[in-house]
Design a protein around this ligand. Structure first.
Ligand SMILES: [Ca+2]
Ligand SMILES: [Ca+2]
Length: 171
């Protein structure tokens, strides 16, 4: 796979965020409560919204609710000022669906499904899925253990100049 495949790691191209709107947006999301029990409005079109809430939520009960601090953390990771290393670290955690610390075949399958959408017509056949995952692993799995660890992932991302600019959230 060439550069296009690498670029597919980007979460979704999103317009630049407007930091000055943060507080106004927060009160709109969460008029009186200290925590959000649902995805923030700015994430609702994002195919990874549930993973993003899970990764940034510091809730003790693992209910994926977000405090204002969690929300700010999330915005800073998705902002222009976050380094590529920070962004790729969080992208890795977001894509690690089963949270075992590495991207295995099941994670890649879910990742591809998120990126291609849930519609019947955009779903890949199992042969196409198998081929794509094979290609991703060939491209990324440097130590050939069948999964992509954080440093392998960061290596792939470092070769994708579009990654940092596409890893953004608009408010
Ligand atoms: Ca995993
Ligand atoms: Ca590996």
């Amino acid at each position: 796979m060439g550069d296009e495949a690498v670029a597919d790691w980007g979460i979704c191209p999103l317009p630049e965020q407007q930091p000055q709107a943060v507080c106004a947006r927060w009160s709109q999301h969460s008029p009186a409560q200290p925590c959000l029990s649902h995805s923030p409005v700015c994430l609702q079109a994002n195919p990874f919204q549930h993973r993003i809430c899970r990764v940034f939520s510091t809730s003790d009960t693992r209910d994926d609710s977000m405090s204002f601090e969690d929300f700010l953390d999330m915005l800073s990771v998705f902002s222009d000022s976050a380094t590529s290393d920070i962004k790729s670290h969080y992208a890795f955690r977001i894509f690690d669906f089963d949270e075992d610390g590495t991207l295995g075949r099941k994670d890649l399958e879910q990742l591809v499904n998120c990126l291609t959408g849930q519609g019947e017509e955009s779903r890949l056949s199992s042969e196409e899925m198998e081929q794509l995952i094979q290609n991703i692993l060939e491209e990324s799995d440097i130590d050939k253990d069948g999964t992509i660890n954080l440093s392998e992932f960061q290596h792939v991302v470092s070769r994708s100049p579009d990654f940092a600019s596409s890893f953004k959230i608009v408010l």
